[in-house]
Design a protein around this ligand. Structure first.
Ligand SMILES: [Fe+2]
Ligand SMILES: [Fe+2]
Length: 676
C-alpha cells in the first residue's frame, strides 16, 4: 500500500525466540526498548502512516498499547506478539485484542512468516474497517448538518410573514447550504386563460452585482425552470454547456454573454405545495468547492471572477443536495402557501369587515362614514402613542397587528346598530313624523268638533227671539272663540314642543299648561271614545330634555353595544385579533362607571384601545354634521365638551390631550380607508 511503512520491532529480551524468514522486505529493528524506537519512527513521519509488528515480552504490551491508543488506526497500526515469562496473562485481559499470539516458547521461521503475513493483513483490514467507519461518520455528519439546516430553515421561514422577504430568505438559505454562487426563484401564477406561467421573482449572484427584473416564462420545455415546473422532477446538471443535443432541456447562453458570467453546474428543484402542485421553482447555479466537505457557508462566500475561477472553483452539485433541496423546497412551499393563505384570510376579513360597515352605514345613513372615521382616528392615536418618548404613554407600544386589530374593532364598533329599527336613528323630533301628524289631526278634529258644536248651539239660540237670547249668544261666541283660540295655541305649542332644540320655557310647565285646558277642550268621537288633547306617550316624548330619544329608545340604541359584541364574538378571528369583541364592547364605558353596558369603572378595567375609541366616537358624534338633529359643532366647543367629560373622570384625560394636541382627528387615512 503506498505511503505505508511497515516495520518489525523485536525487543532484545525476546530476540532469541524469533527466527525471521530470510529476504524479508520489511525493516526490522532489534533494540532494547522497542517502544522508544517506535516513538522515534512515528515522530519522523509526517503523515505517520506506520504499521508496526512488535515481538516483545508480555509485560511490555500494556506500555506499547497505551502509547498507540491515541493514534487513529488509519495513521498508526500495530500488532504485538508477546512472549510470556514469569507473568501470566489473565484470561479476560483487554490486551488480548492487540495481541496476535501469545507464546511461551520460540517461534520458527515458518511460524514467523505466517505471523508477519497475518499481522499486516490484520492491520490492513483494520484500516479498511476504519475507512468505512470514517465514511459512515462523514455521511452521518453530513446528514446531521443537513437536518440542522432544514430545522433552521423551517424555523426562519415560519417566522417570515412578508412574502417578498420570504422569497429572498428561501433563496439565500438554499444557496448557503449548497454552496451555490447564484440562484433564482420562480413562482407559478395563472395566465388568465386557464394556463400557468412561471414568474421570475428574485435572483441573486454572490460573485456579481446583477440587476434583474421580473418576467414570466411559459410552463413548458423552453426553459430549464419551465421544464422542472412541468415535469416536477429535480434536475442536477454538471455543466449546462455540455448538455447533449437531444437533452430534454437546453441552456440559453445569452445571460452569460451579456454579464460576463459562466453558468456551469445547476441544481433545479420544484416547490410543491400540500396538494402536490408545483407552486414554484428554485434554481441554484455553480456549486463552489472549498476542499472541506460540509462548509457550505465558506463555499458560498468564495468569489468567482476570472474564467479559471469558474473552471477550478465550480463543481457539480453533490447528489445529496438533491434530496436536501427537495426538503428545503417543500418547506419553502409550505411557508409560501401559509403566507398566501394568511394574506387571503386577512383579505377576506378585510372584505367582510368592509361589507359589514357598509351594512351599518346603509342602515343608519344619518351617521354615514362614522365607523370609518372612528377607525381612522383610533389608528392615528395608536401611531401617535407609539411615538411618545416621555410621559405616561411612553411605555405603551402598539404592534402592527394590534393596530390592525384596533382598526377592525373601530370599523365594527357600531355593527350592532343593524339590529335596531332604523327609524330610531332617524328620529329628528320628539315624536316620529307619523305620530306628530296623528296628533295634529286629532287636535284639528277637536277644533272642528268644537266649531261645529258652537255653530249648532248658536243656530239653536238664533231661532229664539233675539231679546231673550242676546246675552247667551254673546257669551257663547266669546267662550267658543276663546276655546278655539286655545286649541290654535296648543297646535303652535305642540309644534314647538316637538322640536329637539332647547326651549325658552320649561317643557313641563308648557305641558301642564296644555293639560290644564283639557277639560274644556276634549270631547268624544262618533263611537263615544274619549279624545285627549295629549296622549301619555306624547307627553313622555315632549318631556325629553335633550335630543329626541326617550328612555326606552335610548335603551334600545344602547343595546347596539351588546349586539355588536354578540355578533363580533361569533367571528372566528385569528388569534392575534382575539381582543376585537372586548374592545368594541367597551367603547361606551366611562371611567367613572356611568357608561354602558357594564358600567365598568376605572382605567385598569377598560382597555386603552376602548378608551381611545370612546374619545374618537364622541368627537365624531359632536363634530360631524351628519346627525338629523344637529349641525357640525365648532371644534372649540367640541374640545370643551370632551375636556369637561375628562374633568368629570369620564374620559381618559391623557389620551384626550394627545388626541387634541396631535390632531388625531384630522385623518387623511379616513379617505384612504373609505376609498379602499
Ligand atoms: Fe356606539
Ligand atoms: Fe360609534
Amino acid at each position: 500500500m503506498p505511503g505505508i511503512q511497515r516495520i518489525i520491532l523485536i525487543a532484545d529480551k525476546v530476540k532469541d525466540r524469533v527466527r525471521l524468514p530470510a529476504h524479508l522486505k520489511i525493516s526490522v529493528y532489534k533494540e532494547d526498548d522497542v517502544l522508544e524506537s517506535a516513538i522515534r519512527l512515528v515522530g519522523q513521519r509526517e503523515k505517520r502512516n506506520l504499521w508496526a509488528l512488535f515481538f516483545l515480552p508480555l509485560e511490555e504490551v500494556a506500555r506499547v498499547d497505551s502509547f498507540f491508543k491515541d493514534f487513529k488506526i488509519t495513521e498508526v497500526a500495530h500488532v504485538s506478539v508477546a512472549f510470556s515469562g514469569e507473568m501470566e496473562l489473565p484470561h479476560n485481559s483487554p490486551l488480548l485484542a492487540s495481541i496476535l499470539d501469545l507464546r511461551g516458547s520460540a517461534i520458527s521461521e515458518l511460524e514467523s512468516r505466517f505471523l508477519i503475513d497475518r499481522a499486516f493483513r490484520d492491520m490492513e483490514q483494520q484500516k479498511l474497517d476504519a475507512g468505512e467507519e470514517t465514511r459512515k461518520q462523514i455521511t452521518l455528519v453530513d446528514t446531521y448538518h443537513d437536518l440542522e439546516s432544514l430545522i433552521d430553515i423551517g424555523k426562519s421561514l415560519t417566522l417570515e410573514k412578508n412574502s417578498d422577504r420570504l422569497l429572498r430568505q428561501i433563496l439565500y438559505l438554499s444557496k448557503k447550504i449548497t454552496g451555490a454562487d447564484a440562484g433564482s426563484i420562480y413562482i407559478t401564477e395563472k395566465d388568465g386563460r386557464g394556463g400557468r406561467r412561471l414568474r421570475f421573482k428574485y435572483s441573486h449572484t454572490f460573485s456579481k452585482e446583477l440587476a434583474y427584473e421580473e418576467f414570466t416564462l411559459p410552463f413548458d420545455e423552453s426553459s430549464i425552470a419551465g421544464h422542472v415546473a412541468l415535469s416536477g422532477q429535480v434536475l442536477n446538471i454538471a455543466d449546462v454547456y455540455d448538455l447533449a443535443e437531444d437533452a430534454p432541456v437546453s441552456f440559453n447562453r445569452s445571460f452569460d454573454q451579456t454579464h460576463n458570467y459562466r453558468t456551469k453546474s445547476m441544481l433545479v428543484v420544484p416547490m410543491r405545495n400540500h396538494l402536490d402542485q408545483v407552486i414554484g421553482v428554485i434554481q441554484l447555479i455553480n456549486c463552489k468547492e472549498t476542499g472541506e466537505k460540509y462548509t457550505g457557508n465558506e463555499a458560498y462566500e468564495l468569489l468567482l471572477k476570472e474564467p479559471q475561477d469558474f473552471e477550478q472553483g465550480v463543481v457539480p452539485f453533490d447528489s445529496r443536495y438533491e434530496n436536501l433541496m427537495q426538503a428545503v423546497a417543500s418547506q419553502a412551499a409550505i411557508a409560501l402557501e401559509n403566507n398566501r393563505m394568511i394574506l387571503q384570510i386577512e383579505r377576506q376579513f378585510d372584505e367582510f369587515v368592509k361589507a359589514s360597515v357598509t351594512a351599518i352605514e346603509s342602515h343608519d345613513p344619518a351617521t354615514s362614514g362614522h365607523s370609518f372615521r372612528v377607525a381612522a382616528m383610533c389608528v392615528n392615536m395608536a401611531h401617535i402613542i407609539n411615538l411618545q418618548k416621555s410621559g405616561p404613554l411612553a411605555e405603551v407600544q402598539f404592534s402592527e397587528t394590534q393596530i390592525k386589530e384596533l382598526e377592525m374593532a373601530g370599523l365594527l364598533h357600531d355593527f350592532g346598530k343593524v339590529y335596531i329599527d332604523p327609524g330610531i336613528f332617524l328620529k329628528g323630533e320628539k315624536l316620529y313624523p307619523h305620530d306628530f301628524v296623528y296628533l295634529k289631526l286629532r287636535l284639528s278634529y277637536l277644533y272642528r268638533s268644537m266649531e261645529l258644536c258652537y255653530a249648532r248651539e248658536l243656530l239653536a239660540l238664533k231661532s229664539q227671539p233675539e231679546t231673550t237670547v242676546r246675552e247667551k249668544i254673546d257669551r257663547l261666541q266669546k267662550d267658543g272663540e276663546a276655546k278655539l283660540e286655545a286649541l290654535r295655541e296648543i297646535m303652535v305649542l305642540v309644534t314647538e314642543l316637538n322640536k329637539p332644540s332647547i326651549l325658552n320655557e320649561d317643557r313641563n310647565v308648557l305641558i301642564q299648561g296644555i293639560l290644564s285646558q283639557a277639560p274644556g277642550l276634549e270631547c268624544e268621537d262618533l263611537e263615544g271614545s274619549h279624545i285627549p288633547l295629549l296622549k301619555r306617550e306624547e307627553i313622555e316624548n315632549f318631556k325629553i330634555a335633550r335630543g329626541t330619544l326617550n328612555r326606552e329608545e335610548r335603551r334600545i340604541i344602547e343595546s347596539h353595544v351588546e349586539h355588536t359584541y354578540t355578533f363580533v364574538s361569533k367571528i372566528p378571528w385569528p388569534v392575534e385579533y382575539q381582543q376585537i369583541p372586548e374592545i368594541a364592547r367597551k367603547h361606551h364605558e366611562k371611567l367613572d362607571g356611568s357608561g354602558y353596558p357594564d358600567k365598568i369603572q376605572g382605567r385598569d378595567n377598560i382597555p386603552i384601545q376602548s378608551r381611545i375609541m370612546t374619545i374618537a366616537d364622541i368627537y365624531d358624534a359632536l363634530a360631524a354634521a351628519d346627525r338629523p338633529y344637529k349641525k357640525a359643532m365648532e371644534l372649540k366647543r367640541v374640545f370643551a365638551i370632551l375636556r369637561e367629560e375628562a374633568a368629570e373622570n369620564k374620559l381618559d384625560g391623557e389620551l384626550l390631550e394627545l388626541f387634541i394636541s396631535e390632531k388625531a382627528y384630522t385623518t387623511g387615512k379616513v379617505e384612504s380607508l373609505q376609498r379602499s
